[in-house]
Design a protein around this ligand. Structure first.
Ligand code: DUT
Ligand code: MG
Length: 240
């Protein structure tokens, strides 16, 4: 079976429905199935908006977003979203057990599948130290978790659905470099396509391609090597 999960943007322009200024202009790039793409850029540059166009939280106004070669506006929403795991920038956990929080997007997940996702997300060991492990209640009335623990739980929630495309919106920001690189190595093993928004240059090391965004535009794109040679801005970020 051929690998699924290719993502391509063709001259995409986008503005929010209540606005007449473009937040994305002329964005073109492609990620082959199984590749990792890192997206960097200052706050407000359009990273979250770009990710949101893939599962069609919003639709492109100009150009097209293609998933496995098909314009995603022509796909049935459910079919499109079934293959996408999306970890938003704002983590949403509810008051319930750890297992329930992880299986939120796949109600019929078995405990083995839940544990497998948690292991890959580097949160299994932490869970095993909780009073009732996977049955521990978290959230408002339960055990409190740290920012980085919540981030990993919500990554496990996306992984349990075994997505072909994984969208990670700055959700490794609270992880130390070692945990993050262990996580990214695990994700690479899944051979899903990964689009990773990050502020940290350390997370771009594993990426096949890096996109540098600025004010809704793609300033530069290429491998770490290429950007080090061609992009002054990237060099500056790398050295800072
Ligand atoms: N914007 C809106 N409406 C929204 C969300 C965002 O008008 O519902 C604007 C704010 C900003 C631009 O779109 O000028 C891009 O926002 P986005 O959230 O995509 O930027 P980001 O790169 O994800 O910023 P951050 O690094 O702060 O998450
Ligand atoms: Mg954002």
């Amino acid at each position: 079976r051929p690998l699924k999960g290719a993502v391509e943007f063709r001259q995409v322009g986008f503005r929010y429905p209540d606005s007449d200024v473009n937040v994305l202009s002329d964005i073109s790039f492609s990620a082959r199935a199984g590749e990792t793409l890192a997206i960097m850029g200052s706050t407000g540059s359009g990273k979250t908006s770009l990710l949101g166009l893939i599962p069609r939280l919003y639709e492109a106004d100009e150009g097209a977003v293609l998933v496995d070669g098909i314009d995603n506006r022509k796909m049935e929403l459910e079919t499109l979203r079934r293959q996408i795991g999306y970890v938003p920038q704002e983590i949403m956990l509810f008051s319930g057990t750890v297992a329930e929080n992880i299986s939120w997007g796949k109600r019929d997940a078995s405990l083995d599948e839940i544990k497998d996702a948690a292991k890959r997300a580097q949160i299994h060991e932490t869970i095993m130290k909780l009073p009732l492990q996977y049955d521990t209640v978290i959230g408002q009335k339960g055990v409190n978790l740290s920012g980085g623990q919540k981030q990993r739980l919500s990554i496990a929630r996306a992984l349990v659905r075994k997505p072909a495309i994984l969208l990670l919106d700055d959700c490794t920001s609270a992880l130390d470099v070692r945990t993050e690189s262990a996580l990214l190595a695990e994700l690479k093993d899944l051979s899903c396509t990964i689009l990773l928004v990050t502020q940290k240059i350390s997370s771009t090391a594993n990426a096949d391609t890096i996109l540098l965004m600025d004010d809704g535009r793609l300033l530069a794109s290429g491998s770490h090597h290429e950007l080090m040679q061609n992009s002054l801005l990237y060099q500056r970020i790398y050295e800072s």
